[in-house]
Design a protein around this ligand. Structure first.
Ligand code: TXA
Ligand code: MG
Length: 309
């Protein structure tokens, strides 16, 4: 067995025993547990300091496993065929006898499912042989970790096994779409609104009803320093997150010098964390175009700044 296989086998055994695992995915690092084990799921909520009314995503190796957890309609089949494995989460009616405990679903009769595209996440799901809950590995309300070191700093101490997959290639959490009545966008992500609409038609907004999108707290993904949006330049004492051509200054991080939104998404949480650690009085952030991936980036920035999305 090579190192990586041994690591996967060790992590699968830890999960079987009710332990937690730091898990790389293509979006952000997750803190994984056996979705069917309520004690393990309770430990995930505790490690994150997450309110138990905010349900978790069940991660699966493939569509066949997802169909045993959630009731797929024709729209869900089409979205899964188009975007899985990948950064899309579907909220569907929960199936009878789904191996996802009540606590993981926060008592709802719906369940969020996603088949991640990261090879190590996929290998662990196959080795484990069932659904794994995996919220982002940050403590509740903090930016999601997109590197192994950041995941370790956030919740590493609570994990029985830890898988280092290097930096996450996407860097933003998955897009969340509910298919309960009309298709609704609960969380913008790297699969863009336009890409989803090309498959299922026009997306309605998430309802204000907290029961339908329980995780959408106003202040979320937040660093410690206050965040100021749409800044053209930093004020004295501020750190600056630039986008596009910008001068080199102290305490300035450029999300993408060439103005590339995918690069900006991949850098967003790493740069927010670096700016936060710089000791600046606040973090000023340049305007990001609100197109394609920009919708998801602006969603996270508004939440980091404490505005309702
Ligand atoms: O990219 C991702 O999705 C990452 C990686 C690790 O897979 N995971 C992640 O999980 O972001 P988490 O727990 O941080 O965010 C899950 C989101 C929350 O906003 C939660 O409220 C929502 O999905 N959610 C989960 N189950 C739901 C349900 N039944 N109905 C509505 N929203 C749900
Ligand atoms: Mg999260």
């Amino acid at each position: 067995m090579d190192d990586q296989q041994a690591q996967i086998a060790k992590a699968a055994a830890a999960l079987k025993g009710g332990g937690l695992v730091i898990l790389p995915t293509e979006t952000v690092y997750g803190l994984a547990a056996d979705a069917a084990n309520a004690r393990a799921v309770a430990a995930v909520y505790a490690a994150k300091g997450r309110p138990s009314f905010n349900p978790l995503i069940a991660h699966v190796a493939d569509v066949a496993t997802a169909r045993r957890i959630a009731r797929f309609d024709e729209r869900a089949e089409r979205l899964a065929a188009r975007f899985w494995p990948g950064p899309l989460t579907l909220v569907l009616p929960v199936a009878d006898e789904a191996a996802v405990c009540d606590l993981a679903r926060a008592g709802l009769d719906t369940v969020a499912v996603r088949a991640p595209g990261h090879p190590l996440a996929h290998a662990l799901l196959q080795a484990f042989g069932g659904p794994l809950v995996a919220p982002s590995a940050n403590r509740s309300g903090r930016p999601s970790p997109t590197t192994f070191a950041d995941a370790m700093e956030e919740t590493g101490a609570s994990a029985a096994a830890r898988i280092d997959g290097g930096p996450c290639t996407i860097g933003l959490e998955s897009t969340v779409v509910a298919l309960l009545d009309k298709p609704r966008l609960l969380r913008p992500g790297s699969v863009t609104r336009a890409e989803i609409e090309a498959v299922v038609g026009r997306l309605s907004e998430a309802e204000a009803d907290a029961k339908r999108s329980p995780g959408r707290l106003a202040r979320h993904y937040a660093p410690n320093a206050p965040v100021r949006l749409n800044a053209t330049e930093p004020r004295p004492g501020e750190a600056f997150l630039a986008f596009g051509a910008a001068g080199v200054r102290d305490r300035t991080w450029n999300l993408s010098p060439t103005g590339d939104l995918a690069e900006a998404a991949a850098n967003l949480f790493v740069h927010l964390r670096a700016a936060d650690r710089s000791g600046a009085s606040a973090i000023a952030v340049a305007a990001i175009p609100h197109e394609g991936l920009g919708e998801a980036i602006n969603d996270r920035l508004r939440r980091a700044a404490g505005f309702v999305g």
